[in-house]
Design a protein around this ligand. Structure first.
Ligand code: SF4
Length: 315
């Protein structure tokens, strides 16, 4: 008789919040304390429904665009970054900006400016509809082409094949991105890239950690929201390896039928998903043995922007 509930949870580590997400959430929390309600936030501060709902309950007002923010009000830019056009709009509206862009996204923006300034066409590997890509593209829109997949890499054209660079979104699948870059390198032998990978340490670590548990699991659950790029990549990674995998917003999203005949569940969470949601999923699975597999330790910490550091009085 198959067990009605799994008996083991293989917990991938690292998982859940990264340094960029922790910083972004803390920026909004500090802004609320230092400046009072409301604090406007352009787009979701990070791509997680629970994080956004929690901050909204404490006085954050999430807007899609800056014309929804009253002139002169405080606005936080999300961890995914913004284009120069959005910064200009904020200046025009006299908004008091606090920038929660992850420093690793800011690095990619700086590369985009530098590569475009030396006359290159920039091939930006990523998802065109993702906020991070929209922001990076905005650094040099006339010189940047988004390449979404291998098929696009095979046909993309550039004005001068001798002057071409690439960048990538920070939250892509490492293996898929290598395939795309192999095609681009083969087509453009002069292709130049960043000095260090744009796919960030947190994305890479979470993918490696999941790979270390997925093979032994009958089912993989990834805690994260549907618009979280790095969470979706984790689901795809497990499935490519042959293990059934589902993205779950929280414990309430786990469907009993997924667990039929399942003995070992591999569990992880995307970089924007709070750790407590993982604990709640484990609790919902019943009396299970939890085994953590740690493939890396993380000690990355980003300093807060001056606007919300404790020693700085609100302006
Ligand atoms: Fe920064 Fe990477 Fe986290 Fe995105 S996933 S916020 S790039 S550390």
């Amino acid at each position: 008789m198959p067990s009605p509930v799994p008996h083991t949870v293989l917990l991938a580590a690292p998982r859940s919040f990264c340094a960029g997400v922790e910083r972004a959430v803390e920026i909004v929390e500090r802004a609320l304390v230092q400046r009072g309600r409301p604090v406007y936030v352009r787009k979701q501060i990070v791509h997680n429904v629970h994080v956004v709902a929690d901050l909204a309950a404490r006085g954050a007002v999430f807007v899609d665009e800056l014309d929804e923010v009253p002139r002169g009000a405080t606005v936080v830019f999300s961890a995914h970054g913004v284009s120069p056009a959005v910064r200009a709009q904020a200046r025009d509206r006299a908004l008091r900006v606090i920038d929660a862009t992850c420093p690793l996204v800011t690095k990619v923006h700086a590369e985009a400016r530098r590569f475009a300034a030396r006359g290159d066409t920039v091939l930006l590997v990523g998802h065109a509809d993702h906020e991070e890509v929209e922001g990076t593209l905005g650094e040099a829109p006339a010189r940047t082409i988004v390449v979404e997949d291998v098929a696009a890499a095979r046909v993309v054209g550039v004005p001068d094949p001798a002057r071409v660079s690439y960048l990538t979104q920070t939250t892509l699948a490492v293996d898929e991105t290598e395939e795309i870059l192999a095609v681009l390198h083969a087509r453009f032998p002069e292709l130049r890239g960043p000095a260090s990978d744009d796919i960030c340490y947190a994305t890479t670590n979470r993918q490696r950690a999941l790979s270390a548990v997925a093979d032994e699991a009958d089912l993989v659950l990834v805690v994260g929201s549907a618009n979280s790029s790095n969470s979706l990549r984790l689901v795809e990674l497990a499935r490519r390896g042959g293990t059934p995998a589902y993205l779950v917003e929280d414990a309430g999203a786990v469907r009993p039928e997924w667990l039929a005949g399942v003995r070992v569940v591999g569990l992880t969470a995307g970089a924007s998903a709070p750790p407590r949601l993982v604990d709640e999923v484990i609790a919902a699975l019943g009396p299970v043995r939890v085994v953590e597999r740690e493939t890396a330790t993380e000690s990355v910490h980003f300093t807060l922007p001056a606007a919300v550091r404790p020693e700085v009085a609100p302006s």
